[in-house]
Design a protein around this ligand. Sequence first.
Ligand code: MLT
Length: 246
Amino acid sequence: MKISVYHTPEEVPTDSVPDCAIAIDVLRATTTIAAAFNAGAEAVQVFSDLDKLLSESESWPALSRIRAGERGGQKVEGFDLGNSPLDHSPEQTEGKRLFMSTTNGTRCLQRIQEVPIVLTAALTTRQAVVDYLLANQPKTTWLVGSGWEGEYSLEDTVCAGAIIQRGIEQANLELASTIGNDAALAAMSLYCQWQNRLDKLLHHASHGQRLLSKDNTADINYCAQLDILDIVPIQQSPGVLVWKQT
Ligand code: MLT
């Protein structure tokens, strides 16, 4: 099993396709997707375009849908929710489809949507994702950070490193047969350096700073938690994620 890391959707190679690609947006899209499934969402459908989200979700019964829109870290006017994992509770979300568009996370998912297996990961679901990879053994896996408007994000890279480090440790894998590119080893090193201070790292990160400036400390603290949800969102059809408990 070879795992490569790409810091942003823009870095993803265009001349090859892996067996599995995993979108990571710790702050906050993929953390929110996992929280929505934990609260009982029926599915999560992602869009990079807000107008397309509004028109496609129109055909869904209003009581069975949630429209979530975020730009620049803030809720888009006219949408039911923004992009906070703390918005999702069984009362709010159970049985509903989350139609979602965010600045970077949903764009990352669209970039990899032709890959045979597409998952999302967050720090909160790290162990569940590792268990999925070890059980299914895709030969090649790409961990793709969402970044911020084409730039590297610390929090996505540390999550990629956390997945690789835990996989190697749990299955006693050889470094040489697991690490697919230099960014994968660098991500693992970043995680090893910060593993006991993930909340601090997320506070230092530039998007953490952006969220703090909008009083979102609670979201950052939630997103920094490791292995709290046994959930692996998986793409069922392009842009539509589901989670089926095994
Ligand atoms: C994104 O997609 O860029 C993020 O999830 C932004 C956020 O809502 O924090």
